[in-house]
Design a binder for this molecule. Structure first.
Ligand code: PLP
Length: 365
């Protein structure tokens, strides 16, 4: 049997007609940038998250970068981020002109460790970007409490966590602003690039929207040197179709994860931990193994696709070499031992059970 790491084919087959109708509607309407599809999506996504405002943007990276800019984070400032995240979290800080400061994650959830923030704090620290990694909320209450105590902004990177809650409150609504990506492979994905911010601060929402629209709120009048970061009407139309199914997709991911958690019994493989007070939307099912590369080769030979999130920490990326970010133990452990198992909408019980069977049969080299 062959089980891919992920495929969108089955999810897309099920909504094919709805997506075609969404396309036809946009096509016939004949308005392609910032029109009623985009406005409707912003309204629906804000309501879904329980946020006051949503601004649709071109990418998740732009959501992070424009949020920092709108908050006035820039040259001479430092921003604390987790050491183990997708490089976009760091790049947003760099684009804003600020300095990246990484902290080691919690060894159980691999999410930002609030206990390590104090040591990363300096007089220049201006903001923290917690990442709700793999689809599980970070310890956001403690992170926000720390930020409040020290007068720092919190920009939540919720690019992997649409539909994730902490104590019943949707991620992205705890900090000053929450950032989402609609890259096709994310839990809510467009058929191309897309992103958004949510916030309860109307002024901040307007500022981010203006920054993403050439720094202009009034046509041909430019207050800021903004950029062009807008979500296409057609992508907004596609996203509205999928948003209506997001909770259903979340339930399905949860059922796959539950079957894995129940079925995988191999002392060589550590299963992911769900911390208290939150759900997990399983953007990634992140297992761990000391002989990870050997396990990965074995699974490849069994026809099972896997990925590593992330093989090279930000500190070890060539583009950050000159910044000499610290090499920290849990981030290094994550890069050495993490292995992401297949997880996608439409995965059959037979496919899940095949993955479980092969993992249980795995023996060390
Ligand atoms: C995907 C992702 C981003 C970037 O989103 P894009 O839409 O690809 O720009 C940022 N942060 C994290 C944690 C992500 O997973």
């Amino acid at each position: 049997m062959n089980v891919p790491f992920a495929t969108m084919d089955r999810m897309h087959a099920a909504v094919r007609q709805q997506m075609m109708d969404a396309f036809a509607q946009s096509y016939d309407h004949g308005w392609f940038i910032r029109g009623n599809q985009c406005e409707a999506f912003e309204r629906e996504f804000a309501a879904y998250c329980g946020a006051g405002y949503c601004v649709a943007l071109a990418t998740g990276l732009d959501a992070l970068y424009l949020s920092l800019r709108a908050l006035g984070v820039g040259e001479g400032d430092e921003v604390i981020i987790p050491g183990n995240t997708f490089v976009a979290t760091a790049l947003a800080v760099s684009y804003a002109g600020a300095r990246v400061v990484t902290v080691d994650p919690d060894p159980l959830t691999f999410n930002m460790n609030p206990a390590l923030l104090e040591a990363a704090l300096t007089a220049r620290t201006k903001a923290i970007i917690p990442v709700h990694l793999y689809g599980q909320a970070a310890q956001i209450d403690a992170i926000c409490a720390f930020a409040k105590k020290h007068g720092l902004y919190v920009v939540e990177d919720a690019a992997q966590a649409h539909g994730a809650y902490f104590k019943g409150q949707h991620v992205g609504t705890f900090g000053d602003v929450g950032c989402f990506s609609f890259y096709p492979g994310k839990n809510l994905g467009a058929l191309g690039d897309g992103g958004a911010i949510i916030t309860n601060d109307e002024k901040l929402a307007q500022k981010i929207q203006a920054l993403g629209n050439y720094g202009s709120q009034q046509k041909y009048y430019h207050v800021e040197k903004g950029t062009n970061s807008r979500l296409d009407e057609i992508q907004a139309a596609f996203l509205r179709v999928k948003l209506a199914h997001l909770d259903e997709y979340g339930a399905e991911r949860n059922a796959i994860a539950a079957r894995y958690l129940e079925g995988i019994h191999n002392p060589l493989i550590t299963l992911p931990t769900i911390a208290p007070d939150r759900n997990h939307v399983w953007h990634i099912f992140a297992a761990r193994c000391q002989t990870r590369d050997h396990l990965r080769d074995y699974l490849t030979n069994c026809g099972i696709g896997t990925l590593i999130h992330y093989p090279i920490p930000v500190a070890d990326q060539p583009c950050y070499a000159s910044e000499q970010l610290p090499r920290t133990p849990v981030t290094a452990l994550c890069a050495q031992q993490e292995i992401s198992l297949p997880m996608f909408i439409g995965m059959t019980d037979a496919e899940i059970d095949y993955v479980i069977e092969k993992l249980n049969a795995y023996t060390a080299p």
